[in-house]
Design a protein around this ligand. Structure first.
Ligand code: PLZ
Length: 438
């Protein structure tokens, strides 16, 4: 790896050059586009991000679960460089090219279930989810879509409607799309009852049968681990029961694996953990090492119902992004990134649990593989503690550890390191975190 795999601070964070650029950003870009950490990036790779002031930061974010293979991963660079010199765009719907077909064949092969599948490619996670709903509606002739508390699916009109949290995603942007219904998610840390999976399932079915009518439901859309909602793993047993209910009622079960997919959770796809086979699976983020690409993969019998020309988009499956995806899939396989994700979890979870013992502000430590979070509370209660979160994040950032937040209650610190993160940097990052809590 050409970038030194070390943390190096040569200025305060952000440094003077980043501050100058931040002022220009503030004058040129509306405040609606937020900034987690205002260091302006010049290079990144492996487990680090270098900024314009010469600092090198440990990356616990992967650009929100995107650069799982690392930034500018060697195979990605090589394939994209060749492609950019050959041709940059034809539009797959106008004159096709092989790499798009290769990516779809791979998605059909690698996603859960050995039934016959079809895939098509779009540009973003939101576009993938929106297209899954289009396909499900056409295939079933039904309209209603069921989503869950704490869900996040994107920022377009439909996917914003599917998203649970008002601030900052929805406030003022209505009216929302019709025929979207929300049901409970068994959030183990906060569920009031004894049997979260069964109780949430019963409540969800009650809403579907009594308020919507199961025969009116086109799709149930769920993240196998709620990402933006705070890395909430639904209580075990819930996902398989919802999938069964869908099957029994002719409802298309859509797994939104935009954040959880491609080895992130220590399985290639998070649904595999409980053996759930979705009818449609949406992928994006980790699929192409940072190039914009997303996939919709589903049962052939559902996908083939859509008339010729009913799906598409100018850039969907752009040749550069497809080459990047093929490089990513090769890297995941050859560098055993599924195994690496598990190893990251094995290192992080015990250290975080030890921190929890010492610091009662840590209410919960959870996650799988390299998708790990801690939830901060007022000590001795489960009351959310976003103030403590802000303080810890500030200290981590000042020390050169990039961390992200999440959560319906704004009190979750989440870790999404690149799966190629060197172990010494992972350990160093955890030590910075320990000091921040102390
Ligand atoms: N589904 C499960 O996590 C994107 C959002 C960043 P796009 N999550 C990061 C932000 O604040 O905008 C996401 C997701 C799940 C869908 C999406 C949407 O993916 O590629 O951002 O459209």
């Amino acid at each position: 790896m050409s970038i030194p795999q070390e943390r190096r601070l040569v200025t305060a964070i952000p440094g003077p050059k980043s501050q100058e650029l931040l002022a220009r950003k503030q004058a040129a870009v509306p405040p609606g586009i937020g900034t987690t950490l205002p260091v302006f990036v010049t290079r990144a790779g492996g487990g680090v991000i270098e900024d314009i002031d010469g600092n090198s930061l440990i990356d616990f974010g992967s650009g929100i679960a995107v650069t799982s293979v690392g930034n500018s991963a060697p195979r990605v660079v090589e394939r994209v460089q060749k492609q950019v010199a050959d041709f940059t765009h034809t539009c797959f719907m106008v004159t096709p090219y092989e790499s798009y077909v290769n990516v779809c064949e791979k998605l059909n092969e690698l996603t859960p279930g050995d039934h016959e599948k079809r895939s098509f490619l779009v540009n973003s996670g939101a576009e993938a989810v929106e297209n899954a709903v289009k396909v499900a509606r056409l295939a079933t002739g039904r309209q209603a879509v069921v989503v869950f508390d704490h869900g996040y699916h994107g920022r377009t009109l439909l996917t914003m409607t599917l998203t649970a949290k008002n601030m900052p995603y929805k406030q003022g942007f209505g009216p929302y799309a019709p025929e979207v219904y929300r049901v409970p998610l068994p959030y183990p840390f906060r569920w009031p009852g004894e049997n979260p999976a069964e109780e949430a399932y019963a409540q969800a079915v009650d809403v579907i049968e009594k308020q919507i009518g199961a025969k009116n439901v086109a799709a149930v859309v769920i993240e196998p681990i709620a990402g933006e909602g705070g890395f909430i793993e639904p209580a075990k047993g819930f996902l398989p029961r919802i999938a069964e209910f869908c099957k029994a009622n002719g409802i298309v079960f859509v797994a939104d694996e935009v954040q959880t997919g491609f080895a992130r959770t220590g399985d290639l796809f998070a649904c595999e953990d409980e053996g759930v086979v979705p009818d449609i699976i949406c992928t994006a983020k980790g699929i192409a090492g940072g190039l914009p690409l997303a996939g919709v993969t589903g049962c052939a019998e559902i996908m083939d119902k859509v008339h010729v020309g009913g799906l598409g988009g100018t850039y969907g499956g752009n040749p550069l992004a497809c080459e990047a995806a093929l490089a990513v899939l090769e890297t995941i396989e050859q560098e055993d990134l599924v195994g690496k994700a598990r190893r990251i979890g094995e290192i992080m979870l015990p250290r975080l649990k030890a921190m929890q013992e010492r610091h009662p502000v840590i209410g919960d430590v959870r996650g799988r593989g390299a998708m790990i979070a801690i939830e901060l509370v007022k000590p001795g209660t489960k009351e959310p503690n976003p103030e403590a979160l802000a303080e810890v994040v500030k200290r981590c950032h000042a020390e050169g550890l990039l961390v992200l937040t999440a959560g319906t209650y704004g009190n979750v610190l989440r870790f999404l390191p690149p799966l190629v993160m060197p172990e010494h940097l992972l350990e160093e990052g955890l030590t910075i975190l320990e000091k921040a809590f102390a």
